[in-house]
Design a protein around this ligand. Structure first.
Ligand code: PEP
Ligand code: MG
Length: 592
């Protein structure tokens, strides 16, 4: 009997292979002391270990910069900062001098204290820091004592494996040999963790947040990792294996067809041109967007500039990042979304906040009120970038016209300053994310203050249905096909079209086969997808008869249940394409 475990999708793609269980040894450092006259040399030994660890981290950072790019390499910066953190380092020295502890024991105790303090707060941002701390601990201890080497592959000469671990730290991630490992599944982890960012850069299908998977799986057992839907299937049945093989073949075929598909236009069978843009999480994603011949960037998330950072990125650094993407994408337009912090992304330079419900708390543009310089610097960088190419500015989590008025005031101020300073700039079109029910309910009023809109279905579903988007267990309730969502998306599409405001959908639903069909049927004419989904979506669009789809979907506005809606969309799609294995991660986990 197979078993499906639902986790959090961290890096898309499918991997079918045998599990390789990575159990790293527990670091039990025995209590040991040194003689009082050895304290000086013990402190010196510790400081040298930190220096060596720092050197090794820098080497790792440089090799990652060469292999994967400078942005990915930056994920080692927080670790370097930890190695200079007086609280961690001098705290350890105090344990050596006051309690005569050995350097390894003193450091382990101090790390343990840090970890337990941080784990009191279970937010994703803290979990990311714990993974960094684990890396730092290993590297310093490796300088102080003999650590058992873990050669994962020593007993395996077999084919490529799926690495199953309790958790992965960034440096373990970069040590992975892509020849041997074809997928990753971990008990812990978050989508924004550094290890997940690296998995995406390495193109390794990855699912995180799988609970106790590593205790349920044995090395050698067959697994399927579905990185798009965030699922792992243990001991798949023949039918499941065949279905995924079929899908893998389809993906490979699409890859083989890349050049041909990239040349073609995303036009439906009945002649409607659909806008097909790319979502970028990192500047390096722009190259894949160009390879897929995307119409432009519909959503450039800028959080990579701040995640894991201890200080706010300055204007020049941001301008450089925007310039790079503009150059790669030219002459296509690039939509820069301003920082959407809070929720699960809380860089260290923000003041510590204790919140019961971070997704209902200091998030998106609310953070700009708490820290005005954050948006002010970014607005200046975007205005300057807009003088270099086709830029659009997109604001996250807008709830009211008042929000837009405040945003416009900052943009005006930035514009005046740049004029005074004689710096080249341009005020780009201003777009608003529609990702709260409030924003959609007043979309006509917002339209008077905005040039375009973009629906973020990830948050819209979360806030409309009160379902935490990060909780993998709640996925069956995270239902794009809920009749309320249909109504709201249709209202937004109608209002935007009536008022002549371009409207795109940039949430994950746009990258999903069935989701895209529903959205197009509701009147959406522009989608922004993960770069690796663009060609599949183009292929899909070219197979659709949009008139028939719209007729069915508009009829479904009267439907009573999400299940009925999903079934009907699936049926109408089945008349147009081969449905044996559709790429759908949105609420297909409902039974039936
Ligand atoms: C969304 O909410 O759908 C969206 C695209 O924004 P993010 O996923 O970055 O919150
Ligand atoms: Mg969002």
């Amino acid at each position: 009997m197979s078993e499906t475990v639902q986790g959090i999708p961290a890096s898309p793609g499918i991997a079918i292979g045998q599990a390789l269980l990575a159990r790293w040894p527990r670091l039990d450092i025995p209590h040991a002391t040194v003689a009082p006259d050895q304290i000086g040399s013990e402190v010196e030994r510790f400081r040298q270990a930190c220096q060596q660890a720092s050197l090794r981290t820098r080497q790792l950072r440089d090799s990652v910069a060469q292999r994967l790019g400078s942005v990915q390499a930056k994920i080692f910066d927080p670790q370097l900062l930890m190695l200079e953190d007086p609280d961690l380092i001098e705290g350890t020295v105090t344990y050596i001098t006051d309690s005569f502890l050995t350097a390894e024991r003193a450091f382990s105790l101090r790390v343990l204290e840090f970890r337990s303090q941080w784990l009191d707060a279970t937010h994703a941002r803290v979990m990311d820091r714990v993974a960094d701390l684990n890396d730092v601990q290993l590297r310093v201890l490796a300088e102080l004592i003999d650590l058992p080497e873990l050669d994962l592959f020593q007993n395996h000469s077999g084919g490529p494996m799926i690495l199953v671990a309790h958790d992965l730290t960034p440096s373990r991630m970069v040590e992975i040999d892509p020849e041997q490992v074809i997928g990753i599944a971990t008990d812990g982890g978050t989508r924004t963790a550094h290890a997940s960012i690296l998995a995406r850069s390495l193109g390794l299908p990855t699912v995180v947040g799988l609970g106790d998977l590593s205790r349920r799986v044995e090395t050698g057992q067959e697994l399927i990792v579905d990185g798009l839907r965030g699922r792992v299937i243990i001991a798949p049945t023949d039918a499941e294996r065949n279905r995924y093989h079929h899908r893998e073949v389809r993906v490979k075929e699409t890859e083989a067809e890349v050049e041909r598909l990239a040349e073609l236009e995303p036009v439906t069978r009945d002649g409607i041109r659909i806008g097909l843009h790319a979502n970028l999480d990192l500047p390096a994603d722009a190259a894949r967007a160009v390879a897929a011949n995307a119409d432009g960037v519909g959503l450039f998330r800028t959080e990579f500039l701040v995640v894991g950072k201890t200080s706010m990125p300055d204007e020049e650094e941001q301008l450089e990042a925007f310039r790079g993407v503009l150059e790669t994408m030219a002459p296509r337009p690039v939509t820069i979304r301003t920082f959407d912090l809070g929720g699960d992304k809380f860089p260290m330079f923000l003041p510590p906040i204790t919140e019961e419900n971070p997704f209902l708390g200091w998030r998106g543009l609310r953070i700009y009120e708490m820290m005005p310089e954050l948006f002010h610097h970014q607005a200046r960088a975007v205005l300057r970038a807009a003088a270099l190419g086709q830029i659009q500015l997109l604001i996250p989590m807008v709830n009211s016209v008042d929000d837009v008025i405040r945003i416009r005031a900052v943009i005006d101020k930035a514009c005046d300053e740049l004029k005074r300073e004689g710096l080249e700039h341009r005020v780009p079109p201003l777009g608003l994310m529609l990702e709260t029910p409030a924003a959609i309910a007043i979309v006509e009023k917002l339209a008077r203050h905005a040039d375009f809109f973009s629906i973020g279905t990830n948050d819209l579903i979360q806030y409309m249905l009160a379902v935490d988007r990060g909780n993998a267990q709640l996925l069956p309730f995270f239902d794009l096909y809920h009749p309320a969502l249909l109504r709201y998306i249709h209202d937004a599409a109608s209002a935007a079209s009536k008022l002549g405001r371009p409207l795109c959908v940039c949430g994950e639903a746009a990258s999903d086969t069935l989701g895209a069909v529903l959205l197009l049927g509701l009147g959406i004419r522009s989608l922004s997808c993960a770069p690796n989904a663009i060609l599949e979506q183009k292929k899909l669009i070219r197979a659709l008869d949009l008139e028939s789809i719209s007729e069915v979907v508009i009829g479904l506005l009267e439907a009573e249940t999400g299940l009925e809606i999903r079934r009907r969309v699936q049926e109408v799609l089945g008349d147009m394409v081969d449905l044996t294995d559709i790429n759908s991660n949105t609420s297909l986990s409902h039974p039936g």
